[in-house]
Design a protein around this ligand. Sequence first.
Ligand SMILES: O=P(O)(O)OC[C@H]1O[C@@H](O)[C@H](O)[C@@H]1O
Length: 238
Amino acid sequence: MQETSLYPHVSVDCAIFGFDGEQLKILLITRTGESEEGRYSDMKLPGSVIYESENLDDAAYRVLYELTGIKNIYLQQFRSFGSPDRTKHPRDIVWLENAIHMKIGRIITVAYVALIKINQKLRGFADGYEAHWCNLSEIGQLAFDHNEVVEGALNYVRKKIEEDPTGMYELLPKKFTEAELRNLHEVIFGEKVDIRNFHKKFISLNYIIPLEEKQQNVAHRAARYYRFDKIIYNKSHR
Ligand SMILES: O=P(O)(O)OC[C@H]1O[C@@H](O)[C@H](O)[C@@H]1O
């Protein structure tokens, strides 16, 4: 049975990161609406208010699926955002009144994060929204407090990866080059990596397995592909 009764004081938002070999990407949806300044189109994280009888995790998976078509991923709840100001921008006030059909003061949002491969098809089916992978370095002003949510999610990801680097391989394709892993490091931590030191470390990792295959049709010298072996990683990190 389709649940229709909204619980308008709590929402969920999903910060989904991807990587295209060069840039760290964030999954955003466009929203279009009317404000006092006229028609606008801007971007927000996939998120919305929860239903009355829904628990938070179910709401996060449902909303992500409805808005982007993405399912079968693991969403980690990482923080709540509850500033009374987060829903006070005039555009957001009008947006909420139209979307939820009632006057709403504050909405507390519970934020989730995931690292996924970028090759998943985006096929949301909620009317009026379109999902896009956007370069994290180029996102402008997002709706609500979503710039703050994205920053919080990235800080969370950095800490997690420092403790356990396996998250990086969630973002990479199954076979990847050393340069792709190095680029990923740089874009996640926002700093240049020393190529020689990185290489020394890279070839010493027993869970990075060289493949027989190399890149094809590239202008530069074709680089070898590698894969991440989770079983070997887990054995040596028990
Ligand atoms: O009106 P919609 O966009 O469905 O819901 C808005 C709420 O859902 C979240 O994305 C926002 O952070 C806000 O709290």
